[in-house]
Write a protein that binds this ligand. Structure first.
Ligand SMILES: NC(=O)c1ccc[n+]([C@@H]2O[C@H](COP(=O)([O-])OP(=O)(O)OC[C@H]3O[C@@H](n4cnc5c(N)ncnc54)[C@H](O)[C@@H]3O)[C@@H](O)[C@H]2O)c1
Length: 326
């Protein structure tokens, strides 16, 4: 069993990381750390050791690996400390708020020689890896255009760090959009130009609530990215489509429609599996000393696309993501 510690025992740690890591049967969650003196969430998940100082938790020699599920403004501090303590690290997205912090994390990982992985769970979602396989086999022919969205009615509690532009490193684009931008990079290569616009919702967030971007990839694909945290009165929605010269794929709320399915009149709903696959992969990387699919470098490049979108919003100009360094 790989012994794990959690830094930031909040919503996503409680609902996703701890149960999914446990479900693999390969991890034992030994400790959790948070800033509150007592954690009901850690107790409810039967985690035996609880700390309010991450340094003390990292000093436990029995802990092999750490999950970082703290707010974005402390990702750099927590990740660097975890690598320096000789732990393997799974970092929730985004790797950090900006590229300078990300480079510090990557340098610490390099010095430690430990596994560093980004929690881009969508790459371990069976629907999206199925699409990756179809694209890799060239089944859709030359790819032309794509669309990806994320819609959510996001209204964080008044005291939540999620409302702070400084703590989050932005708004909806870095908060949820980074997952979708990472998928676009996974499928279509590196972005070569970005043009974006955004709008705010100051009663809920200091930074942007909605943004749209047109992104051109080195594969020639053009994509339309749309993020919206202000979908009042509607449920969570994520869509994706890609069009090639031999066929297309359209994903709407978990239903995949391909040319073949349309011709046969049969449309199969696909269940979204939980992120257990991400933890199976993390365990495999630790045990067999392999680099993960979602390396820190991948986290850096997807964050660079986020930062390029922010620069385009700020300047009103088309931006080359490769030239963005902060
Ligand atoms: N994969 C996904 O779909 C998904 C969804 C939600 C959040 N996330 C990511 O997970 C991370 C956490 O988000 P969340 O929604 O669980 O937030 P949250 O606010 O629910 O939980 C964060 C926890 O960190 C604690 N914390 C605050 N400052 C701390 C510090 N200095 N040291 C240690 N702990 C500290 C808070 O007390 C809280 O319990 C973020 O990186 C976020 O982007 C991912």
């Amino acid at each position: 069993m790989i012994k794990l510690g959690v830094i930031g025992m909040g919503g996503i740690a409680y609902w996703m990381h701890v149960p999914q890591a446990n479900a693999t049967g390969k991890f034992y969650i030994k400790a959790a750390m948070d800033v509150t003196p007592e954690s009901i969430l850690a107790k409810q998940r039967d985690i035996p050791d609880y700390y309010t100082d991450y340094r003390k938790m990292l000093a436990d020699p029995e802990i092999d690996a750490v999950i970082i599920t703290s707010p974005h403004h402390v990702h750099e501090e927590h990740c660097v400390a975890a690598f320096e303590a000789g732990k393997h690290v799974l970092i929730e997205k985004p790797i950090s708020r900006n590229l300078k912090e990300a480079r510090n994390i990557m340098a610490a990982a390099e010095r430690s020689g430990k596994i560093g992985m980004i929690g881009f769970c969508q790459r371990f979602d069976a629907r999206y890896s199925h699409i990756k396989n179809i694209l890799a086999k060239g089944e859709l022919g030359e790819l032309l255009s794509a669309r990806i969205d994320h819609y959510q009615n996001f209204d964080p509690a008044p005291e939540s760090w999620w409302r702070s532009k400084e703590k989050v490193g932005g708004g909806a684009v870095i908060g949820s959009g980074v997952h979708r931008l990472d998928l676009l990079r996974w499928y279509f290569g590196e972005p070569v130009s970005v043009y974006a616009k955004a709008v705010g919702m100051p009663e809920r967030l200091e930074a942007e609530a909605c943004a749209h971007a047109v992104i051109e990839f080195d594969s020639g694909v053009i994509a339309n990215f749309s993020i919206n945290w202000a979908v009042y009165g509607h449920h969570y929605y994520e869509g994706f489509s890609v069009a090639g010269k031999k066929g297309s794929i359209i994903v709407e709320n978990g239903v995949t429609v391909s040319n073949a399915e349309m011709q046969s009149g049969e449309v199969k709903p696909v269940e979204i599996p939980p992120c257990q696959g991400m933890y199976d992969h993390f365990a495999d990387c630790i045990i067999n000393n392999k680099q993960p699919i979602t390396t820190l470098e991948e986290g850096y490049r997807s964050l660079r696309l986020v930062r390029a979108i922010y620069r385009s919003i700020q300047t009103g100009k088309v931006v080359d993501p490769q030239e963005v360094e902060f």
